[in-house]
Design a protein around this ligand. Structure first.
Ligand SMILES: Nc1ncnc2c1ncn2[C@@H]1O[C@H](COP(=O)(O)OP(=O)(O)OP(=O)(O)O)[C@@H](O)[C@H]1O
Ligand SMILES: [Mg+2]
Length: 289
């Protein structure tokens, strides 16, 4: 399922003294099966954009097409449920939304709300808990006695239990320790690779963009200022620095090597490609001796 924005504007509280325009003339496409990263400074409109992906908000102007559904400002709020099921959004700090007395009930809540039988919802809960890396012993525990990282996993399992085609993640690793962050990013990567899930990730970590995404959208004050592959977006280090977006660690290291006379066919963005390029260079230097 593709998602497409055509000339999308969004204004909070229009025609009031509190009117705040958040998105300006966005044109974009989230391709089925892609892994898209959305980056930009605080207040640039990332979370607002995400809420359009499953029609939680409707554009003030323009068109959002989600699979075979077209959302315009006049779209009726009825019958949006199927979209919410296909596009699952994990908001910032989702653990704040846990509320049931057991982990199993919390994860099963969404599917049951969508008409899945209690028995099947419980099966789904067990499966999804396993998927997020927690074993069955957690099912009957209270979510409120878990660690922050475990609560986050339970909240994500609740979104996964809806079996969405598109998984939207708003800074999913914020506040986690490095190990927890790595585990979680690898989990999303597995969902993408093994289950073919389309992933949309909001992050301020350029290493995560370089390591996982195949498409990047850069937002600035509600407008798209650049989009393309990670290579398209990151190759111009001067532009990145000017925009103060951060530079992937490997690219920053490569830049120092370039300053010392080492050349690369294209700027390496990940530790892996940097290592490969350096090995190639060393081998070639060996042959030339
Ligand atoms: N509920 C709201 N009412 C009015 N204005 C809002 C509301 N939510 C966001 N805004 C404004 O819309 C703009 C975009 O906000 P948004 O939350 O989408 O940015 P963001 O890129 O997600 O920021 P962050 O990185 O801090 O999460 C900002 O100017 C913000 O102040
Ligand atoms: Mg946000």
């Amino acid at each position: 399922m593709d998602i497409r924005f055509e000339q999308v504007d969004f204004t909070y509280q229009p025609n009031t003294p509190f009117e705040q325009r958040a998105l300006f003339d966005l044109n974009l496409k989230i391709k089925n099966g892609s892994y898209t990263a959305i980056v930009g400074h605080t207040g640039s409109g990332k979370s607002t954009l995400l809420q359009h992906l499953n029609a939680l908000v409707k554009p003030t102007k323009g068109t959002v097409t989600i699979g075979d559904r077209t959302i315009v400002p006049e779209t009726n709020n009825k019958n949006l449920k199927p979209i919410r099921k296909k596009v699952g959004i994990v908001f910032q700090f989702p653990e704040a939304q846990l509320f049931e007395e057991t982990v199993a009930k919390d994860i099963a809540f969404g599917p049951k709300n969508f008409g899945v039988s209690t028995e099947d919802a419980e099966k789904l809960a067990a499966e999804m808990l396993d998927l997020v890396g927690l074993d069955g012993s957690y099912l009957e525990r209270s979510p409120f006695e878990l660690s922050g990282g475990q609560m986050r996993r339970v909240a994500i399992a609740g979104v996964l239990a809806m079996e969405p085609e598109v998984l939207v993640l708003d800074e999913p690793t914020a506040g986690l320790d490095p190990q927890g962050r790595k585990e979680m990013m690898e989990m999303f990567q597995r969902l993408h690779e093994v289950r073919g899930m389309t992933i949309v990730l909001v992050t301020h970590l350029m290493d995560d963009v370089a390591n996982y995404a195949d498409h990047v959208i850069v937002l600035e004050q509600g407008q798209i200022v650049k989009s393309g592959t990670p290579q398209d977006v990151f190759h111009d280090l001067e532009w990145l620095k000017e925009k103060q977006l951060g530079v992937p660690t490997a690219a920053s290291f490569a830049e120092k090597l370039i300053a010392k006379g080492i050349t690369f066919e294209q700027l390496p963005l990940t530790a892996e490609t940097l290592a490969e390029d350096l090995i190639k260079g060393l081998k070639k230097a060996g042959e030339d001796l």
